[in-house]
Design a binder for this molecule. Structure first.
Ligand code: NAD
Length: 509
């Protein structure tokens, strides 16, 4: 089933310009990078990238603004974030339009991404009154031990194309509440939504009297990211993207003793036990595997199904896949929009060829769609491949909608298969057996940063900390106590007696 037509590039350009205008952005035309839409695969207009001089100026400005911002009481810093949240609410539809135009997300997911930004602002406003330190029992009489959390400095945010706005907001709302300033290097594939977010934050700063330079945007390619990576004025580099990128960024920041927060690739799996509610499992699996055209870091990429139910489940999934509406992401009926580029189509094709060469059977999908109407766009049928073992291609993240199905006999075997990949982001189990669920969540179970029961691997709420282990990078962002990565703790020992007592009963003088 396909949608009948796609919007023209001209119509999308007009729609993008209208949304930008409503947000207050007049893009500076240039030829360094191109705003582009995966809906038709064509360029919208050219933009100017940040020059070396502008990058240097932004670094200095963010560093200087930090000196004021860190001394601003945290609840007042929260007022800036509250205002940002209000502006995001006012412009929810415009921002979602830009996300759909640039990243190709279907309307409901694009609106969901903006909602996530609003939610993290609400969270960070509360956080601005809850940057708690602990009081610790001192071993010495007349002493008090305490822990104080201070702002860290300039945070460099490097973000990926697939969550072009939400990842920025997770970092920025929390960093600003924590007293840091932010320099943002967004994906070169999504400059327009970045311009809109930066403008709204500037307006929030104007409205609340915060320094404009608490946030700076630098449009450009990875060279600008590398500049943030190497500059000692950037205290924390929060980088979201491929494991390849993290492998370059991590050691470079460590070499200058900077901090990193890495949110990298996933290879997420769901275990489906014989007791699972299959109606619920099918819904959860199809959303997690085919939603966002398989372009979430938390996309379900491996399904580990008990042998007794594998054929039944696979039949139901292939039937559901055959009915997925693929096409214009603005069309209300569409569930699968375009891949970000035709390059991703090639990557998917390559993975499917390799999977079959490694013994897998393609059960459904993999065909290109709408090539006649949009030859430069990457529309594709999500695919399911049955495999006997975790061959090399199954162990890699292919950033496209390919779901590998494996079978198991014992839960221990399922968990071993589950954990036997280099990545460790998200995981889930579908079961109605509490013992199985608890085993999966236990220390012997899933080794991922996210482990779910009876929901898919994608679609996290902002209240929990988000991130993963192993080659996913180990970072945690968003809720819970992820804020600690954006601050530095100081341990304070206060002697309120008139005697100098040394720790560990050491005597001296
Ligand atoms: P990418 O790695 O190609 O690019 C991400 C960002 O890093 C871009 O802004 C890019 O310009 C920059 N960059 C690339 N190399 C760099 C370098 N050497 N130094 C500094 N900056 C550099 O990723 P992408 O294709 O935009 O996004 C898809 C990937 O992101 C997938 O692997 C996905 O799993 C991952 N991702 C992870 C999370 C998470 O939270 N774990 C979230 C979203 C996306």
């Amino acid at each position: 089933m396909t949608t009948p037509a796609l919007p023209t590039t001209e119509a999308l350009r007009e729609r993008a310009l209208t949304s930008l205008r409503r947000v207050g952005v007049t893009p500076t035309e240039g030829s360094d990078l191109h705003a582009r839409t995966p809906i038709t695969g064509e360029d919208l207009f050219g933009l100017a990238a940040a020059t070396e001089a502008e990058t240097e100026e932004a670094l200095e400005a963010a560093r200087t603004a930090f000196l004021t911002w860190r001394a601003t009481p945290a609840p007042r810093r929260g007022e800036l974030v509250r205002r940002l949240g209000e502006l995001l609410r006012d412009h929810k539809s415009d921002l979602a339009d830009l996300i759909t135009i640039e990243a190709g997300k279907i309307r409901s997911e694009a609106l969901g991404e903006v909602q996530e930004m609003i939610d993290i602002c609400d969270f960070a406003v509360g956080l601005s009154r809850q940057l708690y330190g602990r009081t610790i029992a001192s071993e010495r009489p007349g002493h008090r031990l305490a822990e104080t959390w201070h702002p860290l400095g300039v945070v460099g945010v490097i973000s990926a194309f697939n969550f072009p706005a939400a990842v920025w907001s997770w970092n920025t709302a929390v960093a600003l509440a924590c007293g840091d300033t932010v320099i943002w290097k967004p994906s070169e594939l999504t400059p327009l939504i970045s311009l809109a977010c930066d403008r709204l934050l500037a307006r929030a700063a104007e409205d609340t009297g915060a320094p404009r330079d608490v946030h700076r945007l630098l449009l450009g390619d990875r060279a600008i990211g590398e500049r943030l990576v190497d500059d000692p004025r950037v205290a924390l580099v929060s980088a979201t993207g491929s494991t390849r990128m993290g492998r370059e960024v991590g050691p470079r920041v460590a070499a200058r003793f900077g901090r990193t927060l890495l949110e990298l690739g996933g290879n997420n799996a769901a275990v489906v036990a014989p007791s699972a509610d299959l109606d619920l499992a099918v819904q959860g699996i199809v959303f997690a595997a085919a939603g966002t055209a398989g372009q979430r870091c938390t996309t379900l990429r491996r399904l580990i199904v008990h042998r007794d139910i594998a054929d039944t489940l696979v039949d139901r999934l292939t039937a559901a896949y055959r009915k997925l509406p693929i096409g214009d992401p603005f069309d209300e009926g569409t569930l699968v929009g375009p891949l970000i580029s035709t390059g991703s189509l090639d990557t998917m094709r390559d993975a499917l060829d390799r999977a079959q060469a490694e013994g897998g059977t393609l059960l459904v999908g993999g065909e290109r769609r709408l090539a006649d109407r949009a030859p430069r766009a990457g529309y594709v049928e999500p695919a399911i491949v049955r495999v006997d073992a975790q061959t090399p291609v199954v162990r890699e993240e292919t950033f496209a909608p390919v779901l590998y199905v494996l079978t198991y006999d014992t839960l221990e075997e399922a968990v071993a298969l589950h954990n036997d990949v280099p990545q460790g982001l998200s995981s889930s189990i579908f079961t109605r057996d509490q013992q199985e669920a608890e085993y999966f969540l236990s220390a012997e179970g899933s080794d991922c940063g996210i482990a779910n029961v009876n929901i898919g691997t994608s679609g996290a709420e902002i209240g929990g900390a988000f991130g993963g282990e192993k080659e996913t990078g180990g970072g945690r962002e968003s809720g819970s106590d992820a804020w600690r990565a954006y601050m530095r703790p100081a341990t304070n020992t206060i002697n309120y007696s008139s005697r100098l007592a040394l720790a560990q009963n050491v005597s001296f003088l």
